[in-house]
Design a protein around this ligand. Structure first.
Ligand code: HEC
Length: 345
């Protein structure tokens, strides 16, 4: 009999084993039966024992008849499945924790609004176990920096982006899209469609020409506060040059006139040019003019940034507010005629 128990324990490491009486008797009884009726009846010895169903049938039958059935079954189930249950609970715990963290992040995204980009980039960098701390997020290292750009590429991107996305996003894309490739995160996570609104001087209100809003957005990410000096020069360039000068490889339309706006305002800039060219706002010529203008502004921005990153950039334009005593530019007469009011200083 002992030999049989040994055989069974050897081949079938029942979690119940002989640690309690029920199992012992079960094993002995099973073994005895096995011994007497022969392995062949329930299948081939080892594998038949390893099969839970066979074993349970035997145990139920024999242990039941000894009156140990309930005790044995419960303990056996208990031991076998407790491990499994523990494991599952542990998995669930980890899963729930991950879910909570994700939820927490998405909730934060909504709450921080404009900062969604930063959180978005952070999600990418967080592993399964991670709780984001701002210090770990690459997006929080501000500004995001710059790698020299190819001006022609910048211009081409901006020109093509204008058709469909308009001036503000066109310039932002011209500068930022190549950086998404060359630098990667956090630029790569930046949704450029978020900058479309600047078109027409902010959704058609004719204020700051969207090309410069786009340049300002890009410069902010790239250079932070230092970007203001560059933007100041970009605006000066825009207002004081005959534009556009960019020539697309595959023009979508053609026109005759270039024009100096003498103003960064969309309304004034496009109005003067439309008068000169003799076309309506929704004409192919006006669209082409604004697309090329976008390329010019994007290229100017990148040109100055290329100098800046080498430490060779020197601001060329001063402060309008300090010079004029009010937020404006020098050509007061254009709007006020002869009766220019004196700002309170
Ligand atoms: C793009 C057009 C434009 C330009 C350029 C401009 N202004 Fe104005 N400015 C306005 C408008 C519009 C108002 C509001 C006028 C009103 O409501 O009567 C205004 C108002 C003012 C006011 C407030 C007092 C007032 O009488 O309304 C002052 C001061 C002023 N401008 C000074 C200047 C000076 C100085 C310059 C040039 C350095 C200048 N502006 C250039 C359009 C312009």
């Amino acid at each position: 009999m002992m030999f049989c128990v040994f055989i069974i324990r050897r081949f079938y490491p029942c979690p119940g084993q002989v640690k309690h009486v029920g199992a012992t008797i079960c094993h002995i009884a099973t073994c005895a039966t096995m011994w007497s009726i022969g392995n062949a009846i329930i299948g081939t010895s080892r594998c038949a024992f390893k099969k839970y169903t066979h074993h349970r049938v035997f145990c139920r039958y024999f242990v039941g008849s000894f009156g140990f059935g309930a005790d044995f079954e419960s303990r056996r189930f208990g031991r076998v499945y407790q491990k499994e249950i523990d494991l599952r609970l542990k998995k669930r715990e980890v899963y729930d924790k991950m879910k909570d963290e994700k939820h927490e992040i998405s909730r934060r995204d909504v709450l921080i609004g404009a900062g969604k980009v930063a959180a978005g980039a952070a999600i990418v960098s967080v592993g399964a176990s991670g709780i984001i701390t701002p210090a770990q997020s690459k997006a929080t290292q501000f500004p995001w920096g710059y790698k020299k750009l190819d001006l022609q590429e910048v211009g081409d991107i901006a020109y093509n982006a204008w058709y469909g996305k308009f001036c503000c996003q066109a310039v932002a894309e011209g500068v930022l899209k190549p950086l998404q490739k060359s630098i990667g995160e956090p630029y790569a996570s930046l949704p450029l469609d978020a900058f479309k609104w600047g078109h027409g001087g902010a959704v058609g209100w004719g204020t700051l020409c969207g090309t410069m809003t786009g340049a300002g957005i890009a410069l902010g990410f790239i250079a932070g506060h230092e970007g203001e000096k560059i933007l100041n020069d970009v605006i000066y360039f825009y207002a004081n040059n005959k534009l556009p000068v960019y020539q697309p490889k595959h023009p979508k339309a053609s026109f005759k006139n270039v024009n100096q706006a003498d103003s960064p305002l969309c309304h004034i800039s496009v109005g003067k040019w439309m008068k000169k060219e003799g076309v309506k706002f929704f004409s192919p010529e006006r669209k082409e003019r604004c697309a090329r203008l976008s390329a010019d502004v994007a290229m100017k921005t990148a040109e100055l940034l290329n100098l800046w990153v080498d430490g060779k950039y020197k601001p060329s334009h001063g402060s309008n507010v300090k010079d004029n005593g009010i937020t404006t530019q020098e050509n007061c007469g254009e709007c006020h005629g002869d009766d220019v009011p004196t700002p309170i200083t």
